[in-house]
Design a binder for this molecule. Structure first.
Ligand code: PMP
Length: 468
């Protein structure tokens, strides 16, 4: 007898691909590409850096499943923490009620958050349940704080060129990737964009600093041109991930911080993709020695197990909402705000950072990634290889007909699809962003797996890019 509880029976019984395509609408996908151009891989289980299909096919997760996974799939300590929590308290309304995992996680995050000696620390945590929602929270908080003080004119946000902050309408408004934003443009907020500090093509540190300075000068001009109109600047510190893993010098972040202070504008750091060790430090802001006014954390927050977002705020921002009036309160809510299972997963993930000295291990892994990536520069198709911590990006020579206003486009064009398929055949998940192939593996990746990542990338560059 076939039953919902008999997963094996269903796996053997069912044609997962056909059943999937009969009922599912996949994220970020042109569904016409399924099943012929884009193979669908039903995954039965995860194991460390591997994804394992129902037919036993093993695929190395070179992109940490959309940058969420840190310590490996089905990591037993996180799985156990969730199971334990599920047997105790699975979910409770967080308005008027509290629970230990939410409190303990907030305490831990605030203790670990980036810190500037001269500045009052981040001291309050607001939970949302995914990255885009967390960005909405930060934007609304910044605007509402001024509103509560009777300052009604600060309605504008500044975002950076080539930025990405999520897909909900507010988050999309502060994003600058045409493929995602263009069709919705009539619905979006009127946002001011400052140039990206991206150091693409910079041959040395001095040049990267000059790129940062040029972008910061432009930001200064934009702020000066809109006095008392801006409530916040939002940026992705060190790496614009969805924008093609474009990287900038920490100098930009110091200048942006100073400019925000000079103009009385809040700085929102979106570390949703780069937080939790991805750039080499626990948080990217640390490398610039800066502290934002609002910090958005998600993706790796739970080790990649469950959706959760934490928005960390200063006491100054929090205090701006204390009042007798309900309207002055921050009346934003999500049903699953601070879900106990997600908080328990996050606490278990943070414990692994300590017990396994993950940051030290990552330094060794990142050095190995650099050594494996260096020879790839010799391929004619490769234009630039860059790295920040556990992110390696291989920028290819552009294809003349594969452009979207110069911005990276996920799985754009036939070359991207070809590279994706070729890597998958070799047992590696590589998901190019436009002209950029990248490695963003789970931190548990070992030497043999890194070698597979590198040889597969070489094979992909060999076959899929005869564009020289
Ligand atoms: N900000 C950044 C920097 C991101 O990379 C992403 C997701 N790729 C988001 C926000 C949105 O997060 P989510 O997909 O969880 O909504």
């Amino acid at each position: 007898m076939k039953g919902l509880h008999d997963a094996n029976m269903i796996a053997v019984d069912g044609d997962w691909r056909a059943r999937d395509l009969a009922v599912l609408w996949h994220p970020c996908t042109q569904m016409r590409e399924h099943p012929d151009a884009l193979p669908l891989l039903p995954v039965a289980r995860g194991e460390g850096a591997w994804l394992v299909g129902h037919d036993g096919q093993r695929v190395l997760d070179g992109v940490s499943s959309w940058w969420t996974n840190l310590h490996g799939h089905a990591e037993p300590r996180i799985a156990e923490a969730i199971a334990r929590q599920a047997r105790t308290l699975e979910q409770v309304i967080l308005a008027g009620f509290s629970h230990a995992p939410a409190v303990e996680l907030a305490e831990r995050l605030l203790a670990l958050a980036p810190r500037e000696a001269r500045r009052a620390p981040l001291s309050k945590v607001f939970y949302a349940d995914n990255g885009s929602s967390g960005v909405e929270v930060a934007l609304k908080m910044a605007f509402h704080w001024f509103h509560n003080r009777g300052i009604k004119g600060r309605t504008k946000f500044i975002a950076l060129g080539n930025s990405y902050h999520g897909e909900t309408l507010g988050a999309l408004s502060v994003g600058d990737i045409p493929l995602y934003r263009r069709v919705y443009a009539p619905l979006l907020l009127d946002v001011l964009f400052a140039p990206s500090p991206d150091a693409f093509g910079a041959s040395d540190e001095d040049t990267a600093i000059r790129c940062a300075d040029a972008a910061a000068d432009a930001l200064a001009e934009l702020l000066a041109a809109h006095p008392d109109a801006v409530c916040a600047l939002i940026l992705e510190p060190l790496v614009q991930c969805a924008g093609g893993m474009r990287m900038h010098h920490p100098h930009y972040l110091r200048r942006a911080r100073a400019l925000c202070d000079a103009h009385g504008v809040f700085l929102i750091a979106d570390e949703i993709a780069v937080g939790f060790g991805r750039t080499g430090t626990l948080f990217a802001c640390e490398q610039a020695g800066i502290q934002p006014d609002l910090l958005c954390l998600s993706k790796g927050l739970t080790g990649g197990f469950l959706p959760l977002c934490a928005v960390l705020a200063t006491q100054q921002i929090y205090d701006g909402f204390l009042d007798d009036s309900r309207e002055r309160a921050f009346l934003h809510s999500h049903s699953y705000s601070g879900n106990p299972l997600a908080c328990a997963a996050a606490l278990a993930s943070l414990a692994i950072f300590e017990s396994d000295d993950v940051l030290a291990r990552n330094r060794v892994t990142a050095t190995r990634m650099a050594a494996l990536a260096a020879p790839l520069k010799a391929y004619p198709a490769v234009r630039e290889i860059r790295q920040t911590g556990m992110i390696v990006a291989i920028e290819l020579q552009p294809e003349p007909d594969n452009h979207d206003d110069g911005h990276a486009v996920e799985i754009a064009g036939r070359r991207g699809l070809r590279m994706y398929r070729k890597a998958l055949e070799a047992g590696v998940l590589l998901r190019p962003l436009g002209d950029v192939l990248y490695w963003m593996p789970p931190y548990c990746i070992d030497d043999a797996q890194l070698a597979l990542l590198a040889t597969t990338t070489a094979a992909v560059l060999e076959e899929a890019c005869p564009c020289a």
